[in-house]
Write a protein that binds this ligand. Structure first.
Ligand SMILES: [Zn+2]
Length: 506
C-alpha cells in the first residue's frame, strides 16, 4: 500500500493521526487512538517478553525523560547531537543536508564541516527540493535536542532525552548495588525520546517525539557468555559494508557459526540473531523483507565498534528502512559518565578484577515497528481489507457478535463479560449485517470472532451454549462450546518467548 493510502486507513480507524490535528497538525508529532494504543502496548509487551526472556540478568527500568545539562554534556550530546541543515535563501525552507545530498553522497554527511557540506552542494549544483532555486546555504549545525528551563531560578537547563539509552547508563551504578553484582547486567527501557528533527517525514519514521525500546547490556570485555546453542542453526540476511562499497546490494544469507568463525564475537552474533528472530518469528515480518545492514567505520558513530541495522523493506516507504540495531559501544558510555559525574563506574568482579563494563545496545523503534506491522500485515484483497496481525498483537483479540441484536444481544453481552473476565480483550458489535461486522473486525485486525445465534440460546437444544468461531485469516467457521474458548485461544494470544535449547522438563 502507498503511504497516503495506509495512513488514511489507520487514521480512519482511529489507530493514529497527526497531533493538534484541528490546528492543521504539528509536524513530526502523532497521537494514537484506542486501537493504536492497544497495538503499541502489545508490541511493547512482546518486546519485553522476548528480550527480558533472554536472561534472568536483564531487568526493566524506567528512567526520567528529562536529563540535566551535565548529563548531556558528559554523554557528548550537547556538543555533537546536531544535524547539518541546508537553507533555501529563496523560499526559506530548511532541509537536512544529508537528505539533499543523498544522491551524491549516500554515506551521509556525519562529521563534515558546514563549509565542506556547502562545497558539496555548490559542486553538484544541488537545487532546493522545494522551489527549484539553487540557493541552498549551510549555516552552523542545527541542534537536535529540546532544551527546557529547569527549576525556578532560570539558571539551570535540562534536555528532553534524545534517546532512552542515557537513562540506563545513569542507572548502572544503582542497579549494580541493587542486583547480584555480576556481569552481564542488562537494563531495558521502553520510553519516550525527543528530537527536534529538521525535516520530520515518513509519518512514524522520523518523528519529533517517539517511543524506543532499548536494551543496554553491561558486560565484562574479557568474558560475555551467551547460550549460543539456542541460535546455532540460524542464518542471517546480511548486507556487508565491504560489499556495498563495491556497489553490491544483494543479501548474503550467512550462518551464525560462519559469522563467529569470521571474527564477529559470539555475544554480538547471538543478540543480532535474537533481534532477527524477534522480527521474523514474533512480529511475523517475512524473512525475505529483512536485512541486516552493516555500517562501515565511516558511517557509524566513532564509539560503535560493530553495528548492524535491522532493516525492513516497506512498500509504503519505497524500500528498506531501519527498525532496530545492535551496537557494540565499547566502554564509551560508562567512561564518559565516570568523567562527567566524578563517580568511578568501574566494578569489582568476583575474581577480584576491576573492570569498566562495555556496553552492547539493542535498539528497537516502537512507532517505526508499529508502522511496519501495518505496512506488512494490512492488505486490501479485492473487497476485503484485512489486518493480518499476529493474534497476540491484535488490539482486540475477539469480536462478540449477536446474529440478531434483539434476540441474541443479552446473551452475547453476558458472553462478552465472561470472556473479559477470562482475560480476553473482547469487543462487542451488534450494528449492521454480520458481513459488515466481520469486515470491520478484519480491518481492525481482530483475529477471532464468535457469533451468537438461535442455537446458542435455545434453552432445550443440544447446541445450547455453543457459538460459531470464525478465524480472520482462513475465514473458517466452526461450532465450539463457549467453555472451551479461553483455552483454545490462550496459546495464540500470548507473546512468544525466545526459543531456548532443550530444557530439563519435557
Ligand atoms: Zn527553495
Amino acid at each position: 500500500m502507498k503511504l497516503d493510502e495506509l495512513f488514511a486507513l489507520l487514521r480512519r480507524r482511529g489507530f493514529l493521526w497527526p497531533s493538534s490535528e484541528i490546528y492543521g497538525g504539528a509536524q513530526g508529532l502523532y497521537d494514537y487512538g484506542p486501537l493504536g494504543v492497544a497495538l503499541k502496548r502489545r508490541l511493547e509487551d512482546a518486546w519485553s517478553a522476548w528480550f527480558l526472556g533472554l536472561s534472568d540478568d536483564y531487568y526493566p527500568i524506567q528512567p526520567s525523560e528529562l536529563l540535566p545539562e551535565p548529563v548531556v554534556r558528559a554523554s557528548g550530546h550537547l556538543e555533537n547531537f546536531t544535524d547539518p541543515e541546508a537553507l533555501c535563501g529563496h523560499c526559506h525552507h530548511a532541509f537536512r543536508a544529508e537528505t539533499v545530498l543523498e544522491k551524491v553522497r549516500p554515506e551521509g554527511v556525519d562529521g563534515l564541516a558546514p563549509s565542506a557540506i556547502a562545497e558539496l552542494i555548490a559542486q553538484h549544483h544541488v537545487l532546493c527540493p522545494s522551489c527549484g532555486q539553487a540557493a541552498l546555504t549551510v549555516p552552523a549545525p542545527f541542534h537536535l535536542m529540546f532544551g527546557v528551563d529547569f527549576g525556578v531560578t532560570g539558571r539551570e537547563r535540562a534536555y528532553l532525552a534524545p534517546e532512552t539509552a542515557q537513562g540506563s547508563y545513569l542507572a548502572f551504578a544503582r542497579m549494580w548495588d541493587v542486583g547480584r553484582k555480576t556481569l552481564p547486567l542488562g537494563l531495558a527501557v521502553i520510553g519516550r525520546a525527543y528530537r527536534n528533527e529538521i525535516a520530520p517525514r515518513q509519518v512514524l519514521f522520523r518523528m519529533r517525539a517517539f517511543t524506543q525500546a532499548e536494551l543496554q547490556i553491561f558486560f565484562d570485555p574479557a568474558s560475555f557468555p551467551v547460550p549460543f546453542a539456542d541460535v546455532r542453526d540460524e542464518r542471517l540476511p546480511l548486507l556487508w559494508a565491504a560489499r556495498r562499497a563495491e556497489g553490491a546490494t544483494d543479501i548474503e544469507w550467512t550462518s551464525v557459526t560462519d559469522l563467529v568463525a569470521g571474527g564477529l564475537p559470539e555475544f554480538y552474533v547471538y543478540h543480532l540473531a535474537q533481534l532477527f528472530r524477534f522480527l521474523r518469528d514474533a512480529l511475523g515480518y517475512p524473512a525475505e523483507r529483512i536485512r541486516l545492514f552493516e555500517k562501515s567505520e565511516s558511517e557509524r558513530a566513532f564509539y560503535n565498534r560493530i553495528q548492524f541495522d535491522a532493516e525492513v523493506r516497506l512498500d509504503s516507504l519505497g524500500g528498506f528502512r531501519e527498525v532496530g540495531a545492535v551496537h557494540y559501544r565499547g566502554d564509551y558510555d560508562l567512561g564518559r559518565h565516570s568523567k562527567g559525574s566524578g563517580r568511578d563506574l568501574t566494578v569489582t568482579l568476583t575474581d577480584g578484577r576491576r573492570v569498566l563494563p562495555h556496553v552492547l545496545e539493542i535498539t528497537f523503534g516502537v512507532d517505526r515497528n508499529l508502522w511496519a506491522l501495518a505496512d506488512l500485515h494490512l492488505a486490501v484483497e479485492g473487497e476485503r481489507t484485512v489486518f493480518r496481525l499476529p493474534p497476540y498483537l491484535a488490539p482486540i483479540a475477539l469480536g462478540v457478535l449477536p446474529l440478531l441484536k434483539k434476540d441474541h444481544g443479552p446473551y452475547a453481552r453476558s458472553l462478552l463479560d465472561r470472556l473479559r473476565r477470562a482475560g480476553i480483550a473482547a469487543a462487542y458489535d451488534s450494528s449492521a449485517s454480520i458481513g459488515r461486522r466481520y469486515a470491520r473486525m478484519d480491518e481492525a485486525g481482530v483475529p477471532f470472532c464468535v457469533t451468537v445465534d438461535g442455537e446458542s440460546v435455545d434453552p432445550a437444544g443440544p447446541t445450547r451454549d455453543t457459538v460459531t468461531l470464525r478465524e480472520r485469516d482462513s475465514r473458517a467457521q466452526e461450532r465450539v462450546a463457549i467453555a472451551e474458548i479461553p483455552a483454545r485461544l490462550a496459546d495464540r494470544l500470548r507473546p512468544p518467548r525466545p526459543v531456548t535449547a532443550p530444557a530439563e522438563i519435557a
